[in-house]
Design a protein around this ligand. Structure first.
Ligand code: C2E
Ligand code: C2E
Ligand code: C2E
Length: 88
């Protein structure tokens, strides 16, 4: 099938999101927990999320999607290369 560029894929570092990000990213953390439940994906260190869901979250925060991505980046919760986390 069609595989989109990894650069566009949003992958969250759950440890950082849950432990460090705190109130500034409260809804993202709550959403990620809900996604984990829906998928039954409890043991992962990272979580890939839908572009559609990111757009919805940006609406909740009343900001653009790119500005939300920027904030996720500033808080260090975006994983650019998930495979690098398992390299060592
Ligand atoms: P699943 O991963 O076990 O997800 C079960 C259901 O949980 C999904 O049913 C959907 O209603 C909800 N869900 C899970 N993750 C998300 C999410 O990130 N955002 C939202 N909005 N809902 C989510 P659905 O959509 O009928 O999908 C059925 C199955 O199809 C999924 O089971 C999964 O195995 C696969 N699937 C659907 N979309 C994707 C995708 O973009 N990537 C991958 N890898 N699998 C997908
Ligand atoms: P990748 O997308 O670069 O992901 C690398 C690793 O990050 C995955 O290794 C997995 O350990 C972790 N990871 C990424 N997203 C999630 C997530 O939402 N939940 C959890 N629990 N872990 C996540 P893994 O599983 O051995 O997969 C290796 C590669 O296989 C992935 O590289 C991807 O290219 C492909 N792959 C695995 N599952 C899927 C899938 O559902 N859909 C697609 N399209 N590719 C998949
Ligand atoms: P996307 O919707 O932006 O989803 C990005 C990534 O989030 C997916 O990468 C997958 O790792 C994760 N993801 C999203 N929804 C689910 C889900 O329901 N369950 C699980 N376990 N993981 C999910 P992936 O798999 O490489 O897919 C790349 C793109 O391909 C997706 O981007 C979506 O546009 C499309 N796609 C893949 N599978 C499906 C599907 O079953 N239904 C639809 N409508 N689109 C799909």
């Amino acid at each position: 099938g069609v595989r989109h560029e990894a650069a566009g894929k949003i992958v969250l570092d759950l440890e950082k999101l849950y432990d460090v990000a705190g109130e500034a990213l409260e809804y993202v953390a709550r959403y990620a927990r809900a996604i984990q439940q829906q998928r039954g994906d409890y043991n992962g260190r990272v979580l890939s999320i839908r572009a559609d869901d990111l757009r919805s979250l940006a609406i909740v925060y009343d900001e653009s999607t790119s500005s939300l991505v920027e904030r996720l980046n500033e808080h260090g919760v975006l994983v650019t290369d998930p495979r690098s986390l398992f390299a060592n």
